[in-house]
Ligand binder design. Structure first.
Ligand code: NAD
Length: 432
């Protein structure tokens, strides 16, 4: 098929590259000139495992093209919308990128097309868009909701091995045509109406966020009663009705999806006169978890203003260079407000973080360089290279009290303590 993907972000670029590998003719439209220049130059604008090879192959065989012009998608049978839907400060979802892209298609469409929404949009949005905008096109444009569930860090793998493919639409032929696009992917296709498909995405993310906040609440309670969250979470997760994923206690969730999708669903609930109290608590617990890290550092270091803290890990999770809504950045800002000197390092996200971090934050060239002269270390992202540090060397580099705050419970606690450093995890006894 001839396919157009609008938006070359994490979702759009992965979709475009993988669809080109599946034998489709794909044009990916990106309005950001910098990103487009990189793509047209054969470079990826962000890191995603396994994407470079598929991207290079697609460009090489001429089945993956890039353009800034929405007009470039006029010949496509399927137009996928994968533009950003960020949250506004009040929690409402900013849908302007979608309106921007879709109105151009409506103005220019010259033969019937499938408009496939991969961006995450609030339940009810698709029907509204159909009535308000798509109906104005001079040719029939059929709308389908096709929410995306891939995760940054494993996006390519998730594209090929999803748990399910959700398609929302009321025209059987159109739904079947989109399902054919995924014919080489071995996953159940679940079809429903547009609004329900939109709700699946929000419900799934809200549920995963709930698991994270729930285990963080249990972790906080573990600290008070002297229990250890690691065996607790492991054993709880072994119950197949619960499952072990998303039961890692820590600094809470971040990234471009969970924070905005939980707030977005809360906003939709409020607009519909419903107080989604469980979701409100999930959001509050997540925000509080970042402040707890600051309180722990203050509690163990005493006054903070004359201290130097090393923050290892800036990406919102390992395997990505994405720093959107990263807990590390919030905690750094809280520490700066207290007069703490900050030294940071991340294996992939330094370039992105430097755009956001204030100039007084010292960006180190590596883990050991970041640790020099620090009173405390906060590990904010569970990158594998932080777990295998030489703790004897770390001790030499740090200044007393040599506190290690393991914000992701990913470090070897006993080894750290054995080497004469002070270890503190999340939901763990002081000396596990
Ligand atoms: P992103 O911000 O990384 O990328 C969006 C891209 O769209 C940007 O490069 C932007 O310049 C481009 N764009 C915006 N308007 C355009 C237009 N009119 N023409 C051409 N390009 C345009 O976003 P993302 O992380 O890829 O997410 C996209 C959507 O998918 C969001 O709704 C998000 O919630 C959802 N989603 C994201 C993930 C994820 O892990 N990132 C997973 C599942 C779903």
């Amino acid at each position: 098929m001839r396919i157009a993907v609008i938006g070359a972000g994490y979702v759009g670029l992965v979709a475009a590259a993988c669809l080109s590998r599946s034998g489709h003719e794909v044009v990916c439209i990106e309005k950001d000139e910098g990103k487009l220049a990189e793509l047209q130059d054969g470079r990826l604008p962000f890191y995603e495992a396994g994407l470079a090879e598929i991207f290079t192959a697609g460009v090489g065989k001429g089945s993956l093209h890039f353009s800034s012009e929405v007009a470039a998608c006029l010949d496509a049978e399927v137009v996928m919308i994968a533009v950003g839907t960020p949250a506004r400060p009040d929690g409402r979802i900013d849908l302007s990128q979608i309106y921007g892209a879709v109105s151009r298609i409506v103005e220019q469409a010259r033969f019937p097309q499938l408009i496939v929404m991969k961006s995450t949009v609030p339940p009810g949005f698709g029907e509204n868009l159909k009535a308000r905008l798509l109906s104005r096109a001079g040719v029939p444009l059929t709308y389908l909701a096709n929410p995306e569930f891939l995760r940054e860090g494993s996006a390519v793998r998730d594209w090929y091995y999803p748990d399910r493919i959700v398609i929302g639409g009321d025209q059987e032929l159109a739904v079947a045509k989109l399902a054919r696009l995924y014919a080489d992917i071995d996953a159940p296709v679940v079809t429903m109406d547009v609004g329900s498909a939109e709700m699946v995405k929000y419900a799934a993310n809200a549920f995963l966020a709930t698991k994270i906040s729930f285990i963080n609440e249990i972790a906080n309670l573990c600290e008070l009663v002297g229990a250890d969250i690691l065996p607790v979470a492991r054993a709880v997760g072994m119950d197949r009705r619960i499952g072990g994923e998303f039961l890692q206690a820590g600094l809470g969730y971040g990234g471009s999806c969970f924070p905005k999708d939980t707030c977005g669903l809360d906003f939709v609930s409020t607009c519909n006169g419903y107080a989604f109290n469980l979701l409100k608590a999930v959001i509050e617990v997540n925000n509080r978890q970042r402040v707890l890290a600051l309180r722990k550092l203050r509690g163990m270091l005493g006054t903070l203003h004359d201290k130097t803290v090393c923050v290892l890990g800036l990406a919102f999770k390992p395997g990505t260079d994405d720093i959107r809504e990263s807990p590390a950045l919030d905690i750094i800002n809280l520490l700066l407000d207290e007069g703490v000197k900050i030294r940071v390092y991340d294996p992939l996200a330094m370039k992105n973080a430097q755009r956001l971090l204030p100039p007084e934050v010292y960006s180190a060239s590596g883990t050991m360089a970041a640790l020099e002269g620090c009173h405390a270390l906060l590990v904010a992202t569970a990158w594998p290279e932080f777990t295998g540090l030489d703790w004897t060397a770390v001790k030499e580099l740090m200044r007393p009290p040599r506190l290690v705050l393991d914000g992701r419970n990913c470090l070897p606690a006993e080894e750290i303590i054995k080497n004469g450093l002070v270890y503190q995890g999340v939901g763990r006894p002081a000396k596990p």
